[in-house]
Write a protein that binds this ligand. Structure first.
Ligand SMILES: [Zn+2]
Length: 218
Protein backbone atom coordinates (compact mmCIF):
# COMPACT_ATOMS: atom_id res chain seq x y z
CA UNK A 1 0.00 0.00 0.00
CA UNK A 2 1.67 3.22 -1.12
CA UNK A 3 -0.34 5.74 0.95
CA UNK A 4 -0.77 5.59 4.70
CA UNK A 5 -4.48 5.41 5.36
CA UNK A 6 -4.35 3.99 8.85
CA UNK A 7 -3.15 6.61 11.28
CA UNK A 8 -2.51 6.67 15.04
CA UNK A 9 -5.42 7.88 17.18
CA UNK A 10 -5.82 11.70 17.26
CA UNK A 11 -4.01 13.07 20.32
CA UNK A 12 -7.13 14.41 22.04
CA UNK A 13 -8.76 10.98 21.87
CA UNK A 14 -5.65 9.23 23.17
CA UNK A 15 -5.66 11.71 26.09
CA UNK A 16 -9.31 11.04 26.84
CA UNK A 17 -8.66 7.30 26.76
CA UNK A 18 -5.75 7.56 29.19
CA UNK A 19 -7.94 9.64 31.49
CA UNK A 20 -10.63 6.93 31.47
CA UNK A 21 -8.05 4.19 32.05
CA UNK A 22 -6.53 6.03 35.03
CA UNK A 23 -9.87 6.79 36.67
CA UNK A 24 -13.03 4.86 35.69
CA UNK A 25 -11.19 1.69 34.73
CA UNK A 26 -8.61 1.57 37.50
CA UNK A 27 -11.23 2.33 40.16
CA UNK A 28 -13.43 -0.53 38.90
CA UNK A 29 -10.84 -3.12 37.91
CA UNK A 30 -12.61 -5.88 39.82
CA UNK A 31 -15.84 -5.29 37.91
CA UNK A 32 -14.11 -5.53 34.51
CA UNK A 33 -12.25 -8.66 35.62
CA UNK A 34 -15.53 -10.26 36.67
CA UNK A 35 -17.13 -9.36 33.33
CA UNK A 36 -14.42 -11.39 31.60
CA UNK A 37 -14.51 -14.32 34.03
CA UNK A 38 -18.28 -14.83 34.09
CA UNK A 39 -18.94 -13.47 30.60
CA UNK A 40 -21.63 -11.02 29.61
CA UNK A 41 -25.19 -11.56 30.82
CA UNK A 42 -27.05 -8.43 29.72
CA UNK A 43 -30.79 -8.38 30.41
CA UNK A 44 -31.45 -5.81 27.72
CA UNK A 45 -30.87 -5.60 24.03
CA UNK A 46 -31.21 -2.05 22.69
CA UNK A 47 -31.72 -1.30 19.01
CA UNK A 48 -31.15 2.38 18.37
CA UNK A 49 -30.11 4.84 15.67
CA UNK A 50 -26.44 5.57 14.90
CA UNK A 51 -27.15 9.24 15.70
CA UNK A 52 -24.37 10.54 17.99
CA UNK A 53 -26.90 12.48 20.09
CA UNK A 54 -28.67 9.34 21.26
CA UNK A 55 -26.68 8.32 24.33
CA UNK A 56 -28.32 5.11 25.40
CA UNK A 57 -26.00 4.19 28.25
CA UNK A 58 -26.14 7.73 29.59
CA UNK A 59 -29.98 7.94 29.48
CA UNK A 60 -30.28 4.74 31.52
CA UNK A 61 -27.09 5.12 33.56
CA UNK A 62 -26.03 1.71 32.24
CA UNK A 63 -22.69 0.16 33.06
CA UNK A 64 -20.51 -2.22 31.05
CA UNK A 65 -22.17 -5.59 30.66
CA UNK A 66 -25.73 -4.31 31.07
CA UNK A 67 -26.84 -3.49 27.53
CA UNK A 68 -26.28 -5.44 24.34
CA UNK A 69 -26.52 -2.62 21.81
CA UNK A 70 -27.12 -2.68 18.08
CA UNK A 71 -27.21 0.61 16.19
CA UNK A 72 -28.20 1.26 12.61
CA UNK A 73 -29.70 4.06 10.51
CA UNK A 74 -33.14 4.94 11.98
CA UNK A 75 -33.22 2.03 14.50
CA UNK A 76 -34.86 -0.34 12.03
CA UNK A 77 -35.42 -4.06 12.23
CA UNK A 78 -35.93 -5.73 8.84
CA UNK A 79 -38.57 -8.45 8.49
CA UNK A 80 -37.34 -12.00 9.07
CA UNK A 81 -35.95 -13.39 5.82
CA UNK A 82 -33.54 -16.19 5.14
CA UNK A 83 -30.97 -16.06 2.37
CA UNK A 84 -30.48 -12.30 2.30
CA UNK A 85 -27.08 -10.69 2.22
CA UNK A 86 -27.69 -7.74 4.54
CA UNK A 87 -28.27 -9.66 7.73
CA UNK A 88 -26.27 -7.64 10.29
CA UNK A 89 -29.27 -6.53 12.35
CA UNK A 90 -30.89 -9.97 12.19
CA UNK A 91 -27.64 -11.62 13.34
CA UNK A 92 -27.45 -9.28 16.36
CA UNK A 93 -31.07 -10.09 17.29
CA UNK A 94 -30.46 -13.82 16.87
CA UNK A 95 -27.43 -13.74 19.16
CA UNK A 96 -29.19 -11.58 21.77
CA UNK A 97 -32.22 -13.88 21.93
CA UNK A 98 -30.80 -17.36 21.36
CA UNK A 99 -27.25 -16.87 22.70
CA UNK A 100 -27.43 -14.28 25.45
CA UNK A 101 -31.11 -14.94 26.22
CA UNK A 102 -31.85 -11.30 26.99
CA UNK A 103 -35.19 -10.78 28.72
CA UNK A 104 -35.98 -7.42 27.07
CA UNK A 105 -35.54 -5.87 23.65
CA UNK A 106 -35.89 -2.09 23.52
CA UNK A 107 -36.31 -0.34 20.17
CA UNK A 108 -35.31 3.27 20.79
CA UNK A 109 -36.35 5.91 18.25
CA UNK A 110 -35.51 9.59 18.51
CA UNK A 111 -36.41 13.12 17.43
CA UNK A 112 -34.63 14.99 14.61
CA UNK A 113 -33.58 11.74 12.94
CA UNK A 114 -31.59 12.53 9.79
CA UNK A 115 -32.42 9.20 8.20
CA UNK A 116 -36.16 9.76 8.60
CA UNK A 117 -35.94 13.33 7.32
CA UNK A 118 -34.01 12.08 4.31
CA UNK A 119 -36.48 9.37 3.37
CA UNK A 120 -39.67 11.36 3.91
CA UNK A 121 -39.67 13.22 0.54
CA UNK A 122 -38.61 10.02 -1.16
CA UNK A 123 -41.64 8.18 0.20
CA UNK A 124 -43.91 11.11 -0.74
CA UNK A 125 -42.44 11.33 -4.20
CA UNK A 126 -40.55 8.21 -5.36
CA UNK A 127 -38.80 10.23 -8.06
CA UNK A 128 -37.15 12.45 -5.42
CA UNK A 129 -33.40 12.50 -6.02
CA UNK A 130 -31.93 12.49 -2.46
CA UNK A 131 -32.17 8.81 -1.77
CA UNK A 132 -31.47 7.73 -5.32
CA UNK A 133 -28.01 9.21 -4.90
CA UNK A 134 -27.15 6.90 -2.03
CA UNK A 135 -26.01 3.34 -2.55
CA UNK A 136 -27.27 1.83 0.68
CA UNK A 137 -29.28 4.34 2.75
CA UNK A 138 -32.38 4.62 0.57
CA UNK A 139 -32.62 0.85 0.17
CA UNK A 140 -32.20 0.29 3.93
CA UNK A 141 -34.89 2.85 4.80
CA UNK A 142 -37.38 1.06 2.52
CA UNK A 143 -38.00 -1.13 5.60
CA UNK A 144 -39.97 1.83 6.94
CA UNK A 145 -42.35 2.18 3.99
CA UNK A 146 -45.26 0.33 5.71
CA UNK A 147 -44.96 2.90 8.53
CA UNK A 148 -45.17 5.79 6.10
CA UNK A 149 -48.34 4.32 4.58
CA UNK A 150 -49.97 4.60 8.02
CA UNK A 151 -49.27 8.32 8.49
CA UNK A 152 -52.51 10.16 7.74
CA UNK A 153 -51.00 13.38 6.31
CA UNK A 154 -48.38 13.02 3.65
CA UNK A 155 -47.05 16.59 3.97
CA UNK A 156 -43.58 16.95 5.51
CA UNK A 157 -44.20 18.81 8.76
CA UNK A 158 -42.35 18.52 12.07
CA UNK A 159 -45.32 16.62 13.41
CA UNK A 160 -45.27 14.12 10.55
CA UNK A 161 -41.53 13.61 10.85
CA UNK A 162 -42.10 12.78 14.52
CA UNK A 163 -44.90 10.44 13.49
CA UNK A 164 -42.60 8.68 11.06
CA UNK A 165 -39.84 8.44 13.69
CA UNK A 166 -42.37 6.73 15.95
CA UNK A 167 -43.47 4.49 13.09
CA UNK A 168 -39.84 3.37 12.76
CA UNK A 169 -40.22 1.99 16.29
CA UNK A 170 -43.62 0.41 15.55
CA UNK A 171 -42.49 -1.22 12.28
CA UNK A 172 -39.37 -2.57 13.98
CA UNK A 173 -41.42 -4.08 16.82
CA UNK A 174 -43.79 -5.64 14.28
CA UNK A 175 -40.86 -7.03 12.30
CA UNK A 176 -39.34 -8.47 15.48
CA UNK A 177 -42.49 -10.60 15.77
CA UNK A 178 -41.66 -12.19 12.41
CA UNK A 179 -38.50 -13.80 13.86
CA UNK A 180 -39.42 -17.36 14.95
CA UNK A 181 -37.01 -17.37 17.90
CA UNK A 182 -38.39 -14.01 19.12
CA UNK A 183 -41.95 -15.40 18.89
CA UNK A 184 -40.94 -18.52 20.81
CA UNK A 185 -39.31 -16.49 23.59
CA UNK A 186 -42.38 -14.22 23.80
CA UNK A 187 -44.69 -17.21 24.03
CA UNK A 188 -42.50 -18.73 26.78
CA UNK A 189 -42.73 -15.30 28.48
CA UNK A 190 -38.96 -15.11 28.81
CA UNK A 191 -38.81 -12.03 26.59
CA UNK A 192 -40.57 -8.64 26.50
CA UNK A 193 -40.50 -6.02 23.76
CA UNK A 194 -40.49 -2.27 24.42
CA UNK A 195 -40.87 0.67 22.05
CA UNK A 196 -39.41 4.03 23.09
CA UNK A 197 -39.05 7.44 21.44
CA UNK A 198 -36.66 10.02 22.83
CA UNK A 199 -36.90 13.79 22.31
CA UNK A 200 -33.30 14.98 22.16
CA UNK A 201 -34.09 18.66 22.75
CA UNK A 202 -36.40 18.26 25.75
CA UNK A 203 -34.88 15.06 27.15
CA UNK A 204 -38.34 13.50 27.29
CA UNK A 205 -38.79 9.76 26.86
CA UNK A 206 -42.02 8.14 25.65
CA UNK A 207 -43.05 4.48 25.55
CA UNK A 208 -45.45 2.76 23.19
CA UNK A 209 -48.63 1.81 25.02
CA UNK A 210 -49.87 -1.20 23.07
CA UNK A 211 -53.46 -0.75 24.24
CA UNK A 212 -53.84 2.87 23.19
CA UNK A 213 -51.34 2.65 20.31
CA UNK A 214 -49.89 5.98 21.53
CA UNK A 215 -46.47 6.97 22.79
CA UNK A 216 -46.89 8.09 26.39
CA UNK A 217 -44.52 9.78 28.87
CA UNK A 218 -42.22 7.52 30.86
ZN1 LIG B 1 -31.68 8.69 13.72
Amino acid sequence: MSSTFFKPLPTYLAKRYRGWKATTFDENKGWYQRLVEVGQHPRFMVISCCDSRVRITSIFGADSGEFFIHRNIANLVPPFKKDVEDYGTSAAIEYAVTGLRVSNIIVLGHSNCGGIKNIFPHFSNPGHADCDETIFIGKWLEILRPGFERIPKLKQTDENLKNLEKQAVVVSLENLLSFPFVREALERETLSLHGLWHNIKSGELFYLNQESGNFEHV
